[in-house]
Design a protein around this ligand. Structure first.
Ligand SMILES: Nc1nc2c(c(=O)[nH]1)N[C@H]1C(S)=C(S)[C@@H](COP(=O)(O)O)O[C@H]1N2
Ligand SMILES: [Mo]
Length: 321
């Protein structure tokens, strides 16, 4: 699908302003011709709810992956979301995604791997091996949070699928379902949303294929029933509601890179020294920070440099942003 207009997908400037500045965001979205997305989300969202698994308690084990700071309140992390398949309004996603049906759910594995095919979610993810990891999460728009995710290491799943020597990258794709995802037709993005990792990034210990948060099954708005979490990269790499996993020898095209190649790269490593063309990345605002709390310094690789910096030996991180 071709982009009909240039500007409708751009992250609004208001995305880097504090959350409370709703009026500003709506004004900007209106100016961008997206009044529908800005104004009607809540009104349209409340439909009779079907059977939903979201919110059910999960069994998992704790791990040493943690952060020496308080968790973000569950309410904030689950009610302020980016999920453009539903709406570009962060406040309206929860209502728009309320009846999203995630059961049954299958993931198609394709490309350069021995065990390709269509998997039921429970055959791809070992629900007996779930672990909790508390990670920092940093959106490219400069808000951040600290969340206890529950899932299994991506590396374990990749190993199980038997990638072939020629597989240099893995590409992920999100569901496209116009009946269930009202944002698909409101915004000119070439769906499906897709993301990718280099194979050595995918095999690193940190990326988590995530099915829960805060002890419970992932809420729809956070990417149910399965999403990726890559804690050293900007949030847009953490693709939601995954239905496809493809092993390839080519660097995959990624959604935000297609939309704005000078603003969003394939790597998207959190880096306070490499500014976004329209704003600095040197600091961030924790969700829930009070009016007088100020901003936090953004950490190189989001604080995970020890675990991941060797992946980028010899690479110019300003060029490969
Ligand atoms: N399919 C899909 N995945 C997505 C997005 C999206 O719009 N669609 N937004 C991304 C962005 S920009 C961020 S910051 C995170 C937000 O995750 P959260 O809502 O769980 O905080 O999801 C990422 N994954
Ligand atoms: Mo983001």
């Amino acid at each position: 699908m071709l982009l009909k207009e240039k500007k409708t997908w751009a992250l609004p400037y208001s995305a880097v302003t504090p959350k409370a500045d709703y009026l500003n965001r709506r004004d900007i979205l209106k100016a961008m011709g997206m009044a529908a997305a800005a104004g009607t989300g809540l009104a349209m969202g409340f439909r009779p709810s079907g059977a939903r698994a979201a919110g059910k308690a999960l069994e998992y084990r704790k791990t040493g992956y943690s952060v020496d700071e308080p968790l973000t309140d569950r309410e904030l992390a689950t009610q302020y979301n980016n999920f453009y398949e539903f709406t570009t309004s962060k406040e309206a996603v929860v209502a728009e995604a309320r009846d999203f049906n995630t059961s049954p759910w299958t993931v198609k594995v394709s490309g350069l791997a021995d065990k390709t095919g269509t998997y039921d979610l429970a055959d791809l993810i070992d629900y007996n091996a779930l672990e909790e990891r508390i990670y920092r999460f940093r959106c490219v728009e400069t808000w951040s949070m600290i969340v206890p995710w529950i899932g299994v290491p991506l590396a374990d799943v990749v190993k199980k699928l038997g990638p072939q020597p020629g597989a240099k990258y893995v590409r992920f794709q999100t569901l496209v379902d116009e009946e269930q995802m009202p944002g698909l037709n409101r915004i000119n993005i070439p769906w499906p949303y897709q993301e990718g990792l280099r194979m050595d990034e995918a095999m690193n210990a940190l990326p988590l294929l995530t099915v829960g948060m805060y002890g419970e099954i992932l809420p729809n708005q956070n990417g149910a029933p399965i999403r990726l979490i890559v804690p050293w990269k900007y949030g847009f790499k953490s693709i939601k509601s995954i239905v496809g996993l493809h092993f390839t020898d080519q660097e995959p095209k990624t959604t935000w890179n297609i939309l704005a190649p000078n603003e969003y790269g394939f790597y998207a490593n959190v880096n306070p020294d490499v500014s976004h063309p329209r704003w600095s990345q040197s600091s961030e605002r924790r969700l829930g920070a009070g009016l007088f709390d100020g901003r936090e310094d953004t950490l190189f690789m989001n604080g995970y440099a020890d675990e991941v910096v060797s992946l980028y030996d010899g690479m110019d991180l300003k060029k490969h942003y």
